[in-house]
Design a protein around this ligand. Structure first.
Ligand code: AMP
Length: 127
């Protein structure tokens, strides 16, 4: 059981299938540790997902069990993608939903990169 409390890794999840090339994506970056592609349902003018190539269910799973090289490679890719998308100025938002409370839909760890407009408050007010 991964550390996140989510079910064990499902190799049929949609991002696993994208990594295997079974379904297409609009790729923006790929290296040894990460793949980045446009979100299919963008919430901002720029909405890109960065995923590690390894089979990690969640942020908790990734940070507890990935190798140092995978963690460093993944987070360097996040930075590189944001830079290559021209989002360092005026800024952007990184977001990772982890588990049920955060509404994580796809059980393969991923970081959202949002940009291209003023992004507003971090969370919707509401207690
Ligand atoms: P989360 O709720 O953090 O798990 O986010 C999952 C994200 O994956 C959502 O923003 C979806 O729009 C996105 N998504 C689901 N299927 C695809 C797909 N085939 N290609 C690109 N993005 C996808």
């Amino acid at each position: 059981m991964p550390v996140s409390g989510l079910p064990p890794y499902d190799p049929q999840n949609i991002f696993a299938r994208i990594l295997r090339g079974e379904i297409p994506c609009r790729k923006v970056h790929e290296d040894d540790h990460a793949l980045a592609f446009h979100d299919i349902n963008p919430q901002a003018p720029v909405h890109v997902l960065v995923i590690p190539k390894g089979a990690y269910v969640s942020a908790a799973d990734f940070h507890a069990t990935a190798t140092d090289a995978e963690i460093a490679g993944f987070w360097r890719a996040v930075g590189q993608v944001a830079r290559e998308l021209g989002l360092e100025q005026p800024g952007h938002r990184l977001l990772a939903n982890m588990g049920l409370a955060a509404g994580q839909e796809v059980p393969h760890f991923h970081v959202h990169i949002f940009g291209g407009r003023a992004l507003g408050p971090m969370l919707t007010p509401g207690g």
